[in-house]
Every structure is written in structure tokens, then in C-alpha cells.
Design a protein. Structure first.
Lengths: 166, 369, 373
């Protein structure tokens, strides 16, 4: 230990630290202040479209965790597959988005919502109608640029210095 | 010095109390305890808030207005927690340690004047009493380290003992400079004698005392006994619940007590214009405490051998030279204006810090194994 | 002789267990340190607490399905992991990445280097005992970078952005202006940061000459990255074996001579400046066109093997893949930077104090996700 600069380094440090008192803090007071999340946000849940889904199971094959379970039956009258069960175990899902990317019919979307925690593990397993789009379960623009354009612009920290608490 | 006997001061002069001494004793005991608890709560809030601001955070702001109730919420939480005693702990020592560490901090406040003569005991050896009593907390800390039966705790406690033993010396030598200038050991007389704050008369003494006090009470950069990044929590690793709260209280109470001592010794204590004296003391205490927070914000922790090296190779010679210089000044110009001392001592402090920095060097700290 | 022995106090070394639950072991690293008083005489690293068997798991996943797992290796620089893996598979399958894809990869990889060094430097100060201030100043800027990544791929930490033959999605139109706006902010911040800590007496005292890693030892232990460059080894795969399009950019490779903790800190700061320099060149040159080669999601690369290595923020990161022609690799092996950089830890810390043990360990900058895999 030497005092080569006669303690000047400490004074420099002190001068920088005190400047931060007058600067804005780069934190968000979460429940009151909410920043817009990314347009491509990969939220906690998958959103599935029953109309577009053909039951090809490409998503199930693409999933690295194997959380998508799909059961189809043949609909003889319309000569196509009918999806009987579409089940996603969100507890095992790692939100990688590969299923959305794989879907050739744009029938699968990442969710835009957050705060979707559940109280029981069983509730994380979502089946059929629980996976459909609804006001609580909006669709994210991940891999769907046309949807992304309609979503609000993301608040970037480089642009927005968070204002004082309301 | 004759105490001022006018106005509101009348009621707190011991001789005017019915039953004289005992009422005075009761009143000030309650005042000291309440004052210290309130100050500690204020200090915890102030530190977290000020530090948060300097770290581009906000600090606590949810509990109560501006988060003012956060320390109280923390206290309630920690008091309700389970008190865990490790199986291998020395139960009695483990139990007694927080109490022994806590008591001396209260004793420091007995001799700090809140106003002219307004203190529990106007000891004529006030500052000596503080030096003697404040070291007792170390016994508590070492008991905690030993009694926990944990290697982290023991390492932290041993570091603390080494630090306190070394830093007492420059600290006392720095105090002696002040005592020589003011001519008294009584805290009240020291304040009364400070027509110019001692920080100007003894600038080097202030720096030395501040550094040594930081080491004594284990504030950063000398917080080796806690050393959260190395020893998890140092001596109170094995403490929880109420006893942990006691140690936490001691930490801040010591910081506040030392700030109060510094403001009494060097910043002319309760003296000041316009505001009531006790408010001046609180303001000055918090100012010194803010300096401690400010230093803590930017400083990494020194290593144990550097801690020792700083005490013995840097602070100790400077303190001795400062002491001699002050003694010569007091002897040579007994009747001179203190402003001469101010000029001479500031120049001397600058020169000594410059010279000391040039000559000061500690070893690398590596041992061949 | 006997008298001196009688007079000497009897001392004995004791073993201190540091970790796996310890505030500054960067995850779940565990060291059994033998101490003689405060002096560390020996350490025995123990790891494996975060083992998830990623190499084995990868043998049952498709080549695309492995990419999310590479995010979880070095979770402080997922983009670099993605890049290294994709390069290995592209080498195996002979895929050519379009120009725009290459540029996007470089931009993200360099931003990732900045983000990783932010954590490395900040956490190093925390290990030295600075109470969070340098750490939080760095995190403030890391957060801005993570914000940009969030815009790019929808998540803050596990990006899963790169694909075999390019990247998963094109850049959003506001991305490049945002990067251009961020870089001057970062440069200004780095100047301020250097002013803030570089001369701080206590930090200099703690770091200069501490934990010296000699050049010979660094080479013998296979150390790479900023740790090796701080010891004076001018080795950087971006220069020595240019992958992707790194040969098109102008940048220096900062090195230092002493190999102590201060040099490891300062080399990282200078590397951040060089990354900013690369980014400034890259964002001006980004061409239009496709960002992803036409590669199916399930590929069948020919039987064979490939090894690709990149200069990840922590050092040389290699991926070795053996294919048997099926949709999943036959063998998947990672050369983890952090694990190999840990190799010299015992030699670096012997003889120093406990406080230095933590600090030297912090200055190597490891991630347990990568050590244990």
C-alpha cells in the first residue's frame, strides 16, 4: 500500500460518487411505473390458434423440452386432422420460442403478458381452450413482424431516464 | 468554566432538581437511551437512503412516507425471527456477547454534552472515559467470535482485536492534540474552549482521528471484522433474531457515538448560531456520519496487513509529530491568537501528509509457503 | 534449537470451507482452503454443484434444439455461446451465412462482451470489498445493453437468438439507432469509471502485484482471454484465427505485463473500449439483404466432426461436435473457458491472505454454469 497520489484517488472517487446524488436513478418503481416491454417479448405462456392449427405437430418436434403434447383425430367429413388435445406444460417450458418459429401455419404465438404466476403447479399445465388468445393473454410479436408493428414501442433505458415517483 | 444559568437551562442543572442527583440521573438515562435509539433508526435510514442515491438507486421508499418506517419494519422483522444457537457454540459466551458489546456504546453518550452542561455526568476526564469505555465493545465482539464456534467468526473477531489495539494509539494521540489546545479533558470544557472549531486548529488531528475512529468502529474501508465478501458476516455469522439485532444496533450506535465524539472534539459540539444547541449537535453528528457513508460508498476493503501497516507506519508517526508540534506551539505562543495556530497547522498538516505519503509503503503481503 | 522450539507458540493450519453458499464465489463454487492464520497455504477447488448434464442432454436434441441450452452455459454471455455453437454446426454442415447475418452476429457478440465485462469488473470490486457502488454503476450500463437485446429477441438473459445459418429474426428498425445512441453514453461512462476507481489508493493497494500469474504458467495451464492477455500473452482468436468477419474490423488487442489483479481489471476496461470501436465500425457497414440462410429447422449434417472456437468474453470457447448423420449430434463437447481458467487458481492464491483469495478468484471472472455445465 502506497499513497502515490497523496490520497487524490480517494478524493476523485468521492467527487464522482457525490455527483450521482443529483442524477436520476435508473430504477423503475415496478407496480406503479411500468415500462413498455419488448414487442418481441417471449412471455410466460404460449398462445394457440385453434382455427389455424392443422395438427401437424411440428411444434412438438421442435420443442427441446418436449412440453407440447398434441393428440389428433381424423375428421372424415372434411378430410382433415382435428386437434383433440393440445397441451402445454408451462412449468417445463423454457420460453425458447422454437415452436413458434417452427409452426408453418402461424398458429402458435408467444404471449405478451407477464405476471402470469400460478399458485399450483397443476395450473401450469394448460390444455386446449386455456391456450387461446384472450384480453388477458395478448399475443407477442415474436417471429410475427406484422403483429409486432401494432404493439406499443418498447421503452428503452438509454432514451428514457425514469421520472420521479408519482 | 461557569455554566450559563439562564432561561431554559435552569431546569436541567442538577442543583435545581428536586432530589438533586437522582432525578437528574433518571432523566438523562432515559434521554440517552431514547436519543440513541432514535438516532440509530435515523442513521440506518439515512445511510441506506444516501448510499442508494450515490449508487443510482433510490433506497427504501415503500414503508411509510419516504420509507421512513423501514428501520422499524426491519427491527420488527428481526425481533420476530427465530433465535438459532449453533450446537457447538459456547452457550453462555454466545448469549452474553451482544449485551457486552452493547453497553459501552450507551456509556459513551453519558459524557457528550447536548447543551452547555446538559449531560448525564460532566466528568472532568470525559474524553479519557470515552477512550476507555469504547474499547470494551471489542470484548463483546471477541466473545461472539469465540462463542459461535465458527471459523469465519473467529477470524473476524481476531481481526477486530488486532485493529482496535493498533488504532487506539493514533486515536489517543490525536485526541491529546485537542486536549492540549483546549486545556481540558472534560467534554463540556472542550466545547466551551472552541471559539474556532478544532478542525481548523487541528486539521491533521481530525484526519487521523477520523481514520482511526473508522477503524475502531469497523466502518468501511476498515470493516474487516464483518468483511461480507470474505467472511460472509464475520463475527455475527452465527447470530440471528434478537441477538443479531443487538449487534446491528451496536454497529450503528457506535458509528453515531463516534460521530458525536468527533463533532464534539473537532466541530465545536453544540455551539452554533440561531438553532438550539441540541439540534446543532445532531446536525454535526449526521454530517460526520455522512462523511463515513460517503467514504464507505467508494472504498474497497483494505487487507489485514495493510490495516496494520497503515496504523503503525502512517498514522502513528504522523500523530506523534502532530502531538509534538502542537505541544511546541502551545508552549511557544501561549497568548497568541488561535488563528496563528490555524495557519501554521494547516500548512504543517499538508506538509506532513505529503511527506508521509512519500515515505509510506507497506509490503506486498505475500508469504512464501 | 530445542529452546526456540519450546518458546515458539504451537500453531496448526486449519481448513476453512468457502462455498458453495458464500456471497462471493460467483455461484456455487466451493474451495476447501487450508489456512495458516490468515495465510492461504493450499486450496482444493470442488465443483459440480451446478451440473446439468448439458453435453449429454444435447445428444438427444435436434441441432437447433441445442441452441437454448448453450444460452445456459455461460449465462453472462449467452450470445457468444450461441455464436460459437452455430459456427461449429455451420462448419459441420457447410452452411454459408449471409452478409447481414454475419454483421448482426458481430454486433450482438460485441455488445455481449461489453455486458460480460461490466459484470466481471463490477463483481471484482465487490469481491475487493467495495460496497456495491462500482458494481451498480456497471450494472446500470449492462442493463441498457440487456434492454437492447430484449428488443432484439424478446428476452433479457436467455436469448436463443442465433440460428444455424444466421440469426432468428431481422433487426428491428430502431435497433441500430439505439446502439448508435448507446455507444457514446458508454464511452463517457468508461472515462468516468476509470477516473472513479483507477487511482483509488485502497483498490490499487489491493490489486497491484497481487495474484500474479506468470506468462509461463498461463501458457502451461491453457489460460485464455483477458486473464492471459493481462499476463502478456497477445493471443486473441478474433485476430489469430478470425472467425465470422472479424478480419474486416480495425481493433487493438490490449495486453499488460504484470499479470496481477490490477492488470486483469485494466485489460478488461481497455477491451471494452476496443469493443466499442468494433461496434462503431460495424453499425455503419451493416448491409441489406437476407439475415438467415435457407436452413431447415431439422438438419442432417453429414457424418464427421467439427471444432469451432471463438473468443468469448472470458476466453477461448470451443465446441466439438461429432455427427453420425442423424438429426442429433453423436457427441457434443464444450471447451469451457471458465473451467480451464480456474486451473491456475491454486498457484495464484498460495501464500496470499484470505481476502486476496476471494479477490484473485473474482478477478479470473468465471461463471459456474460454464464450469459445471
Amino acid at each position: 500500500m502506497k499513497f502515490e497520489n497523496f490520497g487524490l484517488g480517494i478524493v476523485k472517487g468521492l467527487s464522482v460518487a457525490i455527483q450521482y446524488v443529483w442524477r436520476h436513478a435508473l430504477v423503475t418503481q415496478y407496480p406503479e411505473q411500468r415500462l413498455n416491454i419488448s414487442r418481441r417479448s417471449r412471455g410466460n405462456e404460449l398462445v394457440w390458434s385453434r382455427e389455424r392449427c392443422t395438427g401437424c405437430a411440428t411444434c412438438a418436434k421442435a420443442c427441446p423440452q418436449g412440453v407440447i403434447e398434441i393428440v389428433t383425430a381424423t375428421d372424415m367429413t372434411e378430410n382433415k386432422y382435428k386437434v383433440e388435445t393440445y397441451r402445454v406444460d408451462t412449468g417445463y417450458c423454457i420460453q425458447c420460442g422454437l415452436c413458434v418459429e417452427a409452426c408453418p401455419y402461424d398458429a402458435l404465438f408467444m404471449g405478451y403478458s407477464y405476471e402470469r404466476a400460478k399458485y399450483r403447479r397443476a395450473e401450469l399445465v394448460q390444455t386446449n381452450d386455456e391456450l387461446l388468445e384472450s384480453p388477458q393473454r395478448p399475443v407477442s410479436g415474436y417471429f410475427h413482424p406484422d403483429i409486432a408493428k401494432k404493439l406499443p414501442k418498447q421503452t428503452l433505458l438509454i432514451e428514457k431516464i425514469v421520472e420521479k415517483r408519482k | 468554566m461557569e455554566p450559563i444559568s439562564a432561561g431554559a437551562l435552569d431546569i436541567i442543572q442538577p442543583t435545581y432538581w428536586p432530589g438533586n442527583y437522582w432525578w437528574h440521573w433518571l432523566f438523562y438515562t432515559v434521554v440517552v437511551i431514547v436519543f440513541m435509539l432514535v438516532m440509530v433508526i435515523g442513521a440506518i435510514y439515512f445511510e441506506r437512503r444516501a448510499m442508494g442515491k450515490m449508487q443510482t438507486r433510490l433506497g427504501p421508499n415503500r414503508t411509510g412516507p419516504f420509507g421512513l418506517l423501514q428501520p422499524i419494519a426491519d427491527a420488527v422483522k428481526v425481533l420476530l425471527k427465530e433465535n438459532i444457537v449453533p450446537g457447538v457454540a459456547d452457550k453462555i459466551v454466545h448469549f452474553l456477547a451482544p449485551v457486552i458489546a452493547f453497553t459501552p456504546v450507551l456509556l459513551i453518550f453519558t459524557v457528550i454534552p447536548f447543551q452547555n452542561g446538559a449531560m448525564l455526568a460532566d466528568l472532568n476526564i470525559g474524553i479519557l472515559f470515552i477512550v476507555a469505555v469504547s474499547s470494551i465493545a471489542t470484548v463483546g465482539v471477541f466473545m461472539a467470535g469465540w462463542g459461535s464456534g465458527n471459523k469465519y467468526s473467529l477470524l473476524g473477531a481476531m481481526r477486530n482485536v488486532a485493529a482496535v489495539v493498533s488504532y487506539e494509539i493514533p486515536m489517543v494521540l490525536a485526541i491529546l492534540g485537542v486536549v492540549m489546545v483546549t486545556g481540558s479533558l472534560s467534554m463540556n470544557d472542550i466545547v466551551n474552549a472552541q471559539n474556532i472549531p478544532n478542525i481548523l486548529v487541528q486539521p491533521l488531528g481530525f484526519l487521523l482521528f477520523f481514520t482511526a475512529a473508522c477503524a475502531e468502529i469497523n466502518r468501511s474501508p476498515f470493516d474487516l471484522m464483518e468483511a461480507d465478501s470474505e467472511l460472509t458476516a464475520g463475527f455475527h455469522t452465527e447470530y440471528s433474531g434478537m441477538r443479531f439485532a443487538m449487534f446491528y444496533l451496536v454497529e450503528y450506535a457506535e458509528a453515531i457515538a463516534m460521530s458525536a465524539v468527533i463533532s464534539t472534539l473537532f466541530l465545536s459540539g453544540w455551539r452554533g448560531p440561531w438553532l438550539p444547541p441540541w439540534l446543532w449537535l445532531i446536525i454535526k453528528t449526521f454530517f460526520v456520519f455522512f462523511l463515513m457513508i460517503w467514504v464507505r460508498t467508494i472504498m474497497p476493503r483494505v487487507r489485514i496487513d495493510q490495516l496494520m501497516g497503515l496504523a503503525w507506519k502512517f498514522l502513528f508517526p504522523l500523530a506523534v509529530i502532530n502531538l509534538f508540534a502542537t505541544a511546541i506551539e502551545v508552549l511557544a505562543w501561549p497568548d497568541a491568537s488561535q488563528w496563528i495556530f490555524v495557519g501554521v497547522n494547516i500548512v504543517l498538516a499538508g506538509a506532513l501528509v505529503f511527506l508521509g505519503s512519500r515515505l509510506f509503503k507497506t509490503g506486498l503481503g505475500r508469504v512464501e509457503v | 534449537m530445542t529452546t526456540t522450539q519450546e518458546l515458539t507458540l504451537k500453531t496448526e493450519p486449519f481448513i476453512l470451507n468457502i462455498g458453495p453458499m458464500h456471497p462471493s464465489t460467483h455461484g456455487v463454487f466451493r474451495m476447501r482452503a487450508t489456512l495458516d492464520g490468515e495465510v492461504v497455504t493450499d486450496i482444493e477447488p470442488v465443483f459440480g454443484y451446478l451440473h446439468r448434464g448439458i453435453e449429454k442432454l444435447a445428444e438427444e436434441r435436434t441441432y437447433t434444439g441445442i441452441i437454448p441450452f448453450t444460452d445456459r452455459l455461460d449465462y453472462l454471455s449467452p450470445m457468444s455461446n450461441n455464436l460459437g455453437y452455430c459456427l461449429a454446426v455451420e462448419k459441420l454442415a457447410g452452411v454459408k451465412v449471409p452478409e447481414r447475418g454475419e454483421y448482426i452476429r458481430i454486433i450482438t457478440a460485441e455488445l455481449q462482451r461489453l455486458a460480460n465485462h461490466c459484470v466481471a469488473i463490477g463483481a471484482m470490486f465487490n469481491d475487493a470489498g467495495a460496497y456495491f457502488t462500482p458494481f451498480l454503476y456497471m450494472f446500470r450500463n449492462r442493463e441498457k445493453i440487456y434492454d437492447l437485446f430484449d428488443m432484439l429477441c424478446g428476452q433479457r438473459v436467455t436469448y436463443n437468438y442465433m440460428r444455424i445459418g444466421g440469426v432468428s429474426q431481422d433487426l428491428p428498425e430502431e435497433f441500430l439507432p439505439a446502439v448508435a445512441k448507446f455507444l457514446p453514453q458508454l464511452k463517457k461512462f468508461l472515462d468516468e469509471y476509470e477516473f472513479f476507481v483507477k487511482q483509488n489508493e485502497v483498490f490499487v493497494a489491493r490489486s497491484k502485484g497481487v495474484g500474479i500469474l506468470s506468462k509461463e504458467l498461463a501458457i502451461n495451464c491453457g489460460i485464455s482471454g483477458p486473464v492471459a492477455r493481462a499476463s502478456g500473452i497477445k493471443h486473441d482468436l478474433r485476430r489469430d484465427d478470425p472467425y465470422s468477419i472479424y478480419d474486416r474490423f480495425e481493433f487493438d488487442i490490449p495486453t499488460a505485463e504484470n499479470g496481477d489483479c490490477f492488470d486483469r481489471f485494466y485489460v478488461r476496461v481497455q477491451e471494452m473500449r476496443q469493443s466499442v470501436r468494433i461496434l462503431e465500425q460495424a453499425i455503419k457497414q451493416v448491409p441489406d439483404g437476407p439475415f438467415r440462410a435457407n436452413v431447415p429447422q431439422v438438419i442432417h449434417p453429414p457424418a464427421g466432426e467439427s471444432y469451432a472456437h471463438i473468443e468469448s468474453p472470458k476466453g477461448e470457447l470451443g465446441y466439438y461436435i461429432v455427427s453420425d448423420g442423424s438429426i442429433a449430434p453423436y457427441r457434443f463437447h464444450i471447451r469451457p473457458t471458465s473451467l480451464i481458467n480456474l486451473g491456475a487458481l491454486r498457484n495464484m492464491v498460495r501464500g496470499w491472505k484470505v481476502a486476496d483469495l476471494i479477490f484473485i478468484f473474482g478477478s479470473i471472472d468465471i461463471t459456474m454454469g460454464e464450469v459445471d455445465r
